[in-house]
Every structure is written in structure tokens, then in C-alpha cells.
Design a protein around this ligand. Sequence first.
Ligand SMILES: Nc1ncnc2c1ncn2[C@@H]1O[C@H](COP(=O)(O)OP(=O)(O)OP(=O)(O)O)[C@@H](O)[C@H]1O
Length: 247
Amino acid sequence: MAVKPMNLQVDIHLKRGDFNFKAAFETSSERCGIFGPSGSGKSTLMLMLAGLLTPDKGRIVLHNEILFDSEEQINLKPQKRRTGVVFQHGYLFPHMSVRRNLLYGWKRIAPILRKEEPGKIIEVLELEHLLDRKVTALSGGEQQRVALGRTVLSCPQLILMDEPLTGLDSQLKKQIICYLLKLFEECGIPFLFISHSVEEMSLMAEEVLVFRRGTLRQTLREKEFSRKNGSSLKVDLKKAEPVKDLP
Ligand SMILES: Nc1ncnc2c1ncn2[C@@H]1O[C@H](COP(=O)(O)OP(=O)(O)OP(=O)(O)O)[C@@H](O)[C@H]1O
């Protein structure tokens, strides 16, 4: 399926204690990485995009819809933004089965907005055999696959991921990256993700926003980013195999 570029315009400022955040950028990329050292403001940006933290001033526009505008006093609630968020630890509902977790968002959106078929997502993520398990009885990688599936099934216009691979070992990381790229190919939903890892940027991003001390310093195409940071890993999306190791 053709991916709809994210068409995101951001110009925001926020002061949190001693920390000053400011970023102004536009992106029409399909896979955008947010890179920078600890404390540089990556999660702060993601929380503001998701509507979980309010900027002091500025504007956020996604696909020509204003999500936030301080002058016009617009601040759409998280559930109205059509952004799906995947956090580092998945944050699944522990008392529910895999199936109920997966269908949670899907059941709550209007049928006309349900673009994804649960059966297809379950197949891509290879979750069939786990559907009746409680999520507390899953491995870390399986939990992250359920979190990805649940987010995709809520049919967002943009997926936001805050270090979705942290805590997984390197083999599992590569496996989840392949699942992620397959999902992206199947569903055509653009994503924005945070990582400290040059390798993850190289494998997953098309464009990289580089932050330092709360400020957007550079916007680089993946090739240029990888050249500057010494990584040149490649994944052919069409050939991505979930269970095989990557070069
Ligand atoms: N509630 C708060 N009040 C004041 N400062 C805060 C608050 N929350 C976060 N900060 C500061 O904001 C800065 C940016 O934090 P943020 O979590 O966005 O960084 P990050 O780049 O995502 O870091 P990491 O990679 O370690 O997750 C940090 O210096 C942090 O201490």
C-alpha cells in the first residue's frame, strides 16, 4: 500500500524548569527519526505532538488539520489527534488478553475510520497463536508486537514511537524492526520514532531530526546521517523477513 507522507508542520516552544525546548520544522517524510543524547528533548517533542504535554506557544499542523495553535487557542485532545503512540514498555492493559488489547482502539473508532483489518495485522505480526493469552504471559518482544498491532488497529494518521526497541536484545530489536517495516508496507501509515541508536536510525528512518539541549540542530536524510555517524546498514523493505537476522 502506498504510504501517505506525514505532512507535519511544527513550530513550538516550551519551558520546563531550566529546560528550554524549541523546534521549527516541516516534514513530509514517511519514516522520521528523532535522534539526540539523553535529555535533549526527544520525549518532550513526542508528548507535545501526541497532545500529552502542552507547548507554551506555537503551532502543530498534521495533514492540514491544526492540532495546536496558541494564538488561536486550539489544543486538540490526544484522542482527537489521530496519532497512535507506542511507548518503550508497550503499556498494554495487563488484565486483558492479547485479542482484547489488539481490538481495544479498533472497537472504539467509527466503522468508517476502520481502515485496517484485525486479521491482516494479526497475520503480519504473527500473533495468531497468542490471541487468548494474557499479556502478562508474553515475552518483551511479543508484548511490543501486540503494542504495535494495537496502535495500528486504532487507524492513526501518524504513529509516534518513544524508544520502542529499548530493553530488547539486539536480535529481538532487528526482528521487531522487520515486523515494523512490514506493517508500514502493508498499512501505509507514516511513523516518527525516537532512538539514541545510530543503527536503528539507519535501519528505520528516511529522515532524521537531530536534537541537542532542547533545540533542533539538523534535519538530515538517512544517507547523510549514516555517513556522518558511521553506519550504513540497509533494509530492503520488500524483502524484510521478520524472523531472519539482518546483515
Ligand atoms: N516535569 C519536568 N520539569 C522540569 N524539567 C523536566 C521535566 N520533565 C523533563 N524535564 C527535563 O527536560 C529535559 C528533556 O527531557 P526529555 O525526556 O524530553 O529528554 P530525552 O531526549 O527524551 O531524554 P532520554 O533520551 O533520556 O529519554 C531533561 O533535561 C529533563 O530533565
